[in-house]
Design a protein around this ligand. Structure first.
Ligand SMILES: [Zn+2]
Ligand SMILES: [Zn+2]
Ligand SMILES: [Zn+2]
Length: 312
């Protein structure tokens, strides 16, 4: 029997969805996920809301292999089963959390006015209460829509991240999660599926700067970077400077100013240093851009090529 579990066949995505498209099966996974040790058939059956052991056995058998391992000590989750339970629990909240746009005690990195944070549909969104913000268009994975004035972008955060946290804490949590994603992206790794990330760089050739966002690209910065997974549906992006978060020179700049790039306490300061930069497009063909970052009055200028690799 142990051999059967080890040789779990690889399911196609449709097969995997079909196997999970049933309440009892998801319930079985959750019980196995929260159990301290492997469960025997009878223990697992007692914990679920099914009255018919034949039915129960049928559903359990469907899960064994890909999602559940059957060992001598009982049933336990496979790695894939754990992933499913993690995903289910990240969205599991008794009441759908709501965080209306709320002003917090943190200044906009561009103009210093207070910012507001709100949470809807799995993302924390940030807005400046005074200036035009960073983006005039909002992208949720592909289709863009006009963003409310002052839009500073969004950071993904599952519903569980909103629970028991103040608006400032919600933003902090989202920054930690978002920064970890950027670390993976900068190394070409998808933070969801570990597939390979493709990076594309865009440049607005008619960029205007001033009080309002550029009329052509609807953005504060002329250069943008987007990351697309070649395996799953993951997409993310932002201003071109985003791609420099893990560059040696930028990390040295942070550390030299007492900011730990992976430290939770300095996450807000790291984000501020990283988001508010000056951008000069030196040439568009070939693309050469100079980004200047600032911390405490000191500055670091990095010139990059069309792939956002630092050349100076
Ligand atoms: Zn502002
Ligand atoms: Zn533009
Ligand atoms: Zn992926």
């Amino acid at each position: 029997m142990a051999g059967e579990a080890e040789q779990a066949e690889i399911l196609t995505p449709d097969e995997a969805f079909a196997q999970l498209g049933n309440e009892t099966r998801v319930e079985i996974l959750q019980h196995l996920g929260t159990a301290a040790e492997p469960l025997q058939f009878s223990e697992l059956y007692d914990r679920t809301d099914v009255d018919d052991s034949g039915q129960f056995n049928y559903h359990l058998t469907k899960l064994v292999g890909q999602f559940v391992r059957k060992t001598e000590d009982g049933y336990t989750l496979s790695r894939m089963g754990r992933r499913v339970v993690e995903a289910v629990l990240s969205g599991a909240v008794t009441d759908t959390p709501a965080l209306e746009r709320t002003e917090i005690d943190e200044p906009c990195e561009y103009c210093g006015a207070p910012i507001e944070v709100g949470w809807t549909e799995g993302s924390v969104r940030m807005f400046c209460t005074e200036c035009a913000g960073q983006y005039g268009r909002a992208y949720d994975g592909g289709t863009g829509s006009d963003a409310p004035k002052g839009y500073l972008g969004r950071l993904p955060l599952p519903p569980a991240g909103v629970r028991n946290r103040s608006p400032s804490e919600v933003l902090h949590a989202a920054r930690i999660a978002g920064t970890l994603e950027v670390y993976a992206l900068s190394e070409g790794l998808c933070p969801r599926c570990s597939g390979t990330i493709e990076q594309t760089v865009s440049v607005c050739e008619d960029h205007t700067t001033g009080e309002t966002l550029c009329e052509n690209c609807q953005s504060r910065y002329a250069t943008g970077v987007s990351f697309t997974c070649t395996n799953c549906i993951y997409k993310a992006g932002g201003g071109g400077g985003l791609a420099l978060l893990t560059a040696d020179a930028f990390v040295e700049f942070l550390v030299g100013h007492g900011l730990n790039p992976v430290g939770v306490d300095s996450m807000t300061a790291v984000n501020r240093a990283h988001q508010n930069y000056d951008e000069t497009v030196l040439s568009t063909d070939p693309l050469r851009v100079k980004y200047t970052f600032r911390i405490d009055g000191d500055s670091l200028s990095l010139t990059v090529d069309e792939s956002l690799n630092i050349i100076e």
